[in-house]
Ligand binder design. Structure first.
Ligand SMILES: [Zn+2]
Length: 286
């Protein structure tokens, strides 16, 4: 028979009231990934477990296996309260956004050590007064990397042009940069259709991904500003540099907007794919 008690190292993502005096606590844990546990009495003002249900804290918990589906919190410690983070509205908003990305990217019950460490790094940065905007971009890029979806930021994926040679767009379906001339060439479906019918030119690299690129490319062109070389370099730093160097990164307003829009687009595309892939896998297993 399994042990009745076990320990979890976790970040409290959020909680909600349950019954009269209890709370359901949503966790992202090192050992079991995302899960929900029951904290009895945590809804009372002086409930002993209340402090362990505080969102955006790092905790170490002892849980009792439930007879039903929910396990019950019995005791624990707050390991890092992230006090400065939880006293600042902008930091809270950015941390909550990261929590939403965890919800989207990590299936319940699936542990992910790299993502767990990343979330704690991002919360520490916010707690130490790193800029929330840059911390969120850092989190987005490294979350993509942990999922095996890091964008390629070295050169144009189509013609190989280096990043100092011009402006780029970030193509979600290709998984990296396209220079503007390659973008313009590949994003006119009517031209492409004519070319392939008449001469067959340009068909060699048109796999499944390229087929999607037509539509995605148009959406990109309409919504995403071009990324200047400096913006791409900053993104590389966010993706690869040691965490302690990130608070020193500074960029201007235009670059911030470029980066935010490009990454939002990229994430939308891939996290949707992640959830679709998961639904498909589930239906195949049933
Ligand atoms: Zn190119």
């Amino acid at each position: 028979m399994a042990e009745k008690y076990y320990t979890l190292h976790a970040v409290v993502l959020r909680n909600r009231d349950y019954k009269e005096h209890d709370k359901l606590v949503h966790l992202f844990s090192l050992e079991q990934g995302r899960l929900t546990v029951l904290a009895k009495g945590a809804g009372r003002p002086n409930g002993g477990l209340r402090r362990l249900a505080q969102p955006l804290t790092q905790v170490c918990l002892t849980l009792a296996r439930g007879r039903g589906s929910l396990d019950t919190l019995t005791q624990g410690e707050v390991e890092r309260p992230f006090i400065s983070l939880r006293q600042d509205l902008s930091k809270i908003a950015h941390a909550s956004y990261m929590v939403e990305l965890i919800d989207l990217a990590m299936p319940e019950g699936k542990p992910g050590q790299e993502v767990f460490v990343l979330l704690l790094s991002a919360f520490s940065l916010l707690d130490m007064d790193a800029e929330p905007f840059m911390t969120a971009r850092f989190f987005e890029l490294r979350l993509l990397a942990a999922l095996g979806l890091a964008p390629q930021l070295e050169n144009c994926l189509s013609c190989g042009r280096g990043i100092l040679g011009g402006s780029f767009q970030l193509s979600p379906s290709r998984g990296g940069l396209l220079c503007l001339s390659c973008c313009n060439r590949s994003q006119k479906p009517e031209d492409r259709g004519q070319r392939s019918e008449v001469s067959g030119q340009g068909t060699e690299d048109r796999g499944q991904g390229a087929e999607q690129e037509g539509n995605i490319g148009y959406a990109l062109k309409a919504q995403a500003p071009a990324l200047a070389a400096g913006t791409v370099l900053t993104m590389r730093h966010l993706l690869e540099s040691p965490v302690n160097r990130l608070p020193q990164l500074k960029i201007g307003a235009a670059a911030r907007e470029e980066m935010e829009t490009a990454l939002a687009h990229y994430l939308n595309y891939h996290l949707e794919q992640v959830s679709k892939a998961r639904a498909l896998l589930k239906s195949l297993l049933e």
